[in-house]
Design a protein. Structure first.
Lengths: 207, 621
């Protein structure tokens, strides 16, 4: 599949800026943890059916500012994609469409010093594709990917020969840190879960 | 996005088994008591933080805690002077007293391992305490944490309170087991007869049916009593090993939203614990001890001191106010005395006539510490020599038993063995005392004015009436005021705290006694028969005898002195030395030394002005 150069460079530039942020001693002031639920794993076709965000301000996850919404996909989207998220088509049918949700979402992304996502490439590409389709401009945030941080932990722990390999999936990595189980496939809960995992990863990488 | 690469074998949890931050907090007492609106307001400020192992979170005598910390994962250690006091684990919090009263933390708090913590800003918690019952539930929640404390010994043999009582202690009865094929009607009747909220079906593996199942899976599903129990039962039964701590069990149930939890010994189900049992365990800290005391044998009285000290250690380390602690000690002392009485009656037979057992002094005021002497008296109906002999034997046996239980005999002999008589005898004694010209004698007999009936049917209210009758007697008031000046704070020139040659200060003689005497005096003036000192000060404010800020100063000073005393007694108990009311000034932190001085100064000032106002100075001269 052909992808535009712009999409790729936007993502990798964002990730590079996220890495630079993390090299600083203190936490970035304001991060936005984001989770999308989509109808599939192919960024060129997947549709957003739920969005969850929660800010992390100075290392504290602001549960009071947690926000999540279901999103109505365009007609004809695969019903099994919805079913995989334990959603009923009727629930999604009354949700706002993406073009209503997107401008506000881009606003909170722009307010943050960096966007925090578990496995950023998929979510970021899906959002950028939506921006293009809806003629919104992507705010080009710095991006921090918890999967990448897990990779750094694994590299380091392989080098020192310590511990068991940290799983890369959200639930598995959380369990490895002893973090409590969470409601997977609930965008808001996944965003909080990602935020908590990030704090645990930061603490481990700082050792 | 979850699970888009390298799915591992870790099963993703089922939705009903997990709790997000908001749900977790909601399920915790006392947050479960809040109205939805109030709770939502609190959640708006809820934050999650991650604290790496080894971090010092709160510093004793440092800044007041800006947050209430609720632990979601990991263990925090509360300690003092490097001595571990309590572990706080998932579902528990720390820093509450500091948050509520904006005071310096009483403990150092360290992360033993990495902590996932939910925190709420201090001002939000303080706002919540304005909501009905929250404050009361908060203190019960604290005490409850300590209820699950058991005594373990660290290396030097000093018992420390750790929240680790096993869940098996909550298993109170054998399993209620029914054959696999019974119908739900039979199950419901068994539940009613046995007064249980769940039964176990002898399927393989065993299955459980709860009252909730009867509601949700039978009635709400439109079924009648004839359907088989097995069709609504759950299997396997979620269980933990009997050695699991109550804290862990609570978290397991919370996380899975389960109301019943199986308890296993060597893999065999031995009992079911319900959320109700956990709540009772929560609400029980001193109640455990209370139950033990209420059924104690004569032989068991010897182990009472250790038991009481352990309870107090738990209450104190949980941050309970010293006045709550002394109230609890008084309550437990009542239970102990009543138990001693029934043991005595087993030997002596029933009382020959109606009587009232009075407890006197600090216990009557519910300000008992474990160092307080036995002070008590008997009032009985007119009786013959044999009856008088019975009461003497009764009092002797009780006094002996209480001495075994660690309550020292009153050196002044103010005990029912010496002080017994009919109501008429007592009325004359009271009259003699309050008209006696000698101020020192008045002070010494004032212990009888603080009495409280803890057993017996005889009505003794008229003793209070004797005193109340004289409340407008200015001469008596002046003499009582002079008596209140008998004991004064140990202050020297320039408000220096005067210590003895060995550098000690007597907290009881110099701090507690002056405040107690002031409270008694002011309650007398107000015509109140309330006993607790802080209540008396409150009444005096209402009545106009004491300024509001003076009452608050005295109350705070009283609380502070009691705190120092209780801590000193605890230390002595841990080190197996003789407990005392004297503290070594040099051993106090600079902050506390300053507080002590300020408290003494305030007490001295208010004592002086009150005595002057009531003419006590004239009498003394």
């Amino acid at each position: 599949m052909k992808r535009s150069f712009g999409h790729l460079s936007g993502l990798s530039l964002g990730l590079a800026r996220g890495r630079r942020l993390l090299r600083r001693r203190d936490h970035p002031h304001r991060l936005l943890a984001l989770d999308l639920e989509t109808t599939g794993f192919d960024a060129s076709t997947a549709e957003v059916i739920a969005v969850g965000t929660v800010p992390i301000v100075d290392g504290a996850v602001r549960i009071g500012e947690l926000s999540s919404t279901l999103v109505r996909p365009s007609v004809g989207s695969a019903e099994d994609g919805i079913a995989a998220h334990h959603l009923r088509p009727s629930e999604v049918a009354v949700a706002p469409p993406l073009h209503e949700v997107l401008p506000q979402l881009l606003g909170v992304i722009a307010d943050a010093d960096a966007l925090l996502v578990h496995h950023a490439p998929l979510d970021v590409r899906v959002l950028r594709r939506a921006c293009t389709a809806m003629r919104c401009s992507w705010p080009n945030p710095a991006i921090i990917d918890t999967v990448e941080l897990i990779g750094r932990c694994r590299t380091r722990e392989r080098a020192t020969g310590t511990g068991r390999r940290l799983p890369r999936d959200l639930a598995g990595a959380r369990a490895a840190f002893g973090l409590p189980p969470h409601h997977a496939h609930d965008a808001g809960a996944d965003a909080v879960a990602t935020a908590e995992l990030y704090l645990a990863l930061r603490a481990r990488l700082a050792r | 996005m979850t699970g888009c690469d390298e799915r591992t074998t870790v099963a993703s949890p089922r939705a009903h088994e997990v709790l997000g931050p908001e749900d977790f907090l909601r399920a915790l007492a006392p947050f479960d008591q809040l109205d939805d609106e109030v709770f939502a307001d609190a959640v708006a400020s809820l934050e999650v933080i991650y604290i790496p192992a080894g971090t010092r979170i709160l510093q004793r005598d440092g800044e007041p805690s800006a947050y209430l910390h609720v632990i979601r994962k990991g263990t925090a250690l509360l300690s003092r002077d490097g001595i571990p006091a309590l572990n706080a684990e998932a579902g528990e919090w720390f820093g509450l007293p500091s948050v509520l009263y904006e005071t310096q933390p009483e403990f150092d708090v360290d992360a033993l391992d990495d902590l996932l913590v939910y925190r709420l800003p201090a001002e939000v918690i303080r706002r919540l305490t304005g909501s009905p019952d929250f404050a009361a539930v908060v203190s019960r929640g604290l005490a409850s944490r300590l209820r699950a404390t058991s005594r373990v010994s660290d290396s030097d043999g000093a018992p420390v309170a750790v929240a680790m009582a096993a869940v098996s202690t909550l298993v109170r009865r054998p399993l209620v087991i029914l054959p696999a094929e019974v119908d739900v009607g039979e199950i419901a009747r068994t539940m009613r007869a046995e007064r249980v909220s769940s039964v176990v079906l002898s399927t393989d593996p065993p299955a459980i049916v709860t009252t909730l199942d009867l509601r949700d899976r039978v009635l709400a599903a439109g079924h009648g009593p004839q359907i088989p129990g097995s069709s609504v039962a759950s299997s396997p039964i979620l269980s933990v090993d009997e050695g699991t701590s109550i804290t862990e069990a609570r978290v397991t149930m919370l996380e899975r939203s389960m109301h019943h939890l199986g308890v296993e010994r060597d893999g065999q189900l031995i009992g079911i614990v319900s959320t109700g049992d956990l709540l009772r365990a929560d609400a029980s800290s001193p109640f455990h001890v209370q139950r033990d005391l209420a059924t104690a044998s004569r032989e068991a009285f010897a182990s009472v001191p250790d038991q009481l000290h352990a309870t107090i250690a738990g209450l104190l380390s949980g941050g309970l106010s010293p006045l709550e602690v002394t109230r609890t000690v008084s309550m437990l002392t009542d239970v102990l005395v009543r138990r001693a009485m029934s043991l005595a009656m087993e030997e002596l037979g029933p009382a020959p006539c109606a009587y009232a057992w009075l407890t006197l002094g600090s216990d009557a005021r519910r300000e008992q510490t474990l160092l307080s002497d036995q002070d008590h008296a008997l009032v009985h109906e007119a009786t013959d020599d044999a009856g008088a002999a019975w009461f003497h034997a009764f009092a002797t046996d009780i006094t002996d038993l209480l001495a075994v239980a660690g309550l020292p005999r009153c050196p002044g002999g103010v005990m029912a063995t010496n002080w017994s008589g009919t109501l008429e005898t007592w009325r004359h004694r009271y009259l003699r005392w309050i008209t006696a010209p000698d101020v020192q004698a008045l002070y010494e007999t004032s212990i009888f004015f603080d009495h409280r009936v803890i057993a017996g049917d005889l009505e003794v209210g008229e003793l209070d009436e004797v005193v109340r009758h004289h409340r407008s007697d200015g001469v008596l008031l002046a003499r009582l005021a002079a008596a209140a000046g008998t004991s004064r704070p140990p202050l020297g020139l320039f408000h220096r705290v005067r210590s003895t040659a060995d550098g000690t200060v007597d907290l009881k003689a110099g701090g507690i006694n002056p405040i107690v005497a002031l409270g008694r005096l002011l309650a007398f003036e107000a015509g109140s028969s309330l006993r607790p000192t802080t209540d008396r000060l409150e009444v005096a404010v209402e009545h106009g005898g004491l300024a509001r800020d003076a009452a608050e100063e005295l109350t705070e000073a009283f609380r502070f002195f009691q705190q120092l005393r209780l801590e000193a007694h605890q230390r002595a108990w841990r080190q197996r030395t003789e407990p005392t009311n004297r503290i070594v000034l040099e051993e106090l932190t600079p902050t506390r030394r300053r507080h002590l001085k300020e408290a003494f100064v305030a007490v001295g000032r208010i004592q002086q002005s009150t005595i002057q106002r009531l003419g006590g100075e004239e009498v003394s001269r």
